[in-house]
Design a protein around this ligand. Structure first.
Ligand code: GLN
Length: 214
């Protein structure tokens, strides 16, 4: 079975470990650069992208991870994890020295942080989600200050969009469908948190990507 790491610097690590084990992977928490070496793939959890970025640099994980991603290492990023995989952030924060927030990058997309609004505007909706087992019906998605994708480069597949007709967020959405799940090669990213609802088909897709079956 594939050995999948969960980046355990900050965020909802335990839920991803449980979801990975549920779909037949071995899951380990990762905090040190050496721990990346034996992995078949990595999950970057939700949390706060600026914090995860700072800690990853402090722990010496940022550069090795960036290199591995460039070399084809499979990574799934959820929420803050999607932001960290994006090549570009529409609205990056700046630290006290005025340096913009960094990402690991690898996905040719532009994301907007907190796009659906603040914590109190967190919402749930059902999504048609490509490449997962369709027999289970739509994917129930929980959004907690999640980003959306404003631009996808060539080679990036759109797997799911929030339909403005279904959401309680018609005004925020600007009457447009918004991209909330993408894939490019062996990189997968969702704006939402499948790990909190017991939805395991996204993790299952990721494992199939690692195995070269999807
Ligand atoms: N808003 C957070 C960020 O910018 C992401 C929120 C989440 O991961 N639930 O990183």
């Amino acid at each position: 079975e594939p050995l999948v790491g969960v980046l355990a610097l900050q965020g909802d690590v335990r839920e991803h470990v449980a979801a990975l084990e549920h779909v037949g992977a071995s899951a380990v928490k990762v905090r040190r650069p050496e721990e990346l070496e034996s992995l078949d793939g990595l999950v970057i959890p939700g949390g706060e992208s600026t914090t995860i970025d700072k800690l990853a640099r402090a722990f010496g994980l940022a550069d090795p991870l960036r290199e591995k991603i460039r070399a084809g290492f499979p990574v799934y990023g959820s929420c803050a994890g999607m932001i960290l995989l994006a090549d570009e952030i529409a609205d990056p924060t700046q630290d006290l020295a005025g340096r913009p927030q960094e990402t690991f990058g690898g996905l040719d997309i532009t994301v907007r942080r907190n796009a659906f609004g603040r914590q109190r505007e967190s919402f749930e909706t059902d999504l048609d989600f490509k490449q997962v087992d369709q027999a289970g019906g739509p994917v129930h998605a929980v959004f907690i200050r999640g980003p959306w994708v404003e631009r996808v480069g060539p080679g990036v597949e759109i797997l799911a969009e929030v339909d403005p007709a279904h959401a309680s967020h018609t005004a925020t959405l600007g009457g447009r469908a918004r991209i909330v799940a993408v894939r490019s090669g062996r990189l997968l990213a969702t704006s939402f948190h499948p790990e909190v609802t017991g939805e395991t088909r996204i993790h299952e897709l990721f494992i199939r990507m690692i195995r070269g079956e999807a």
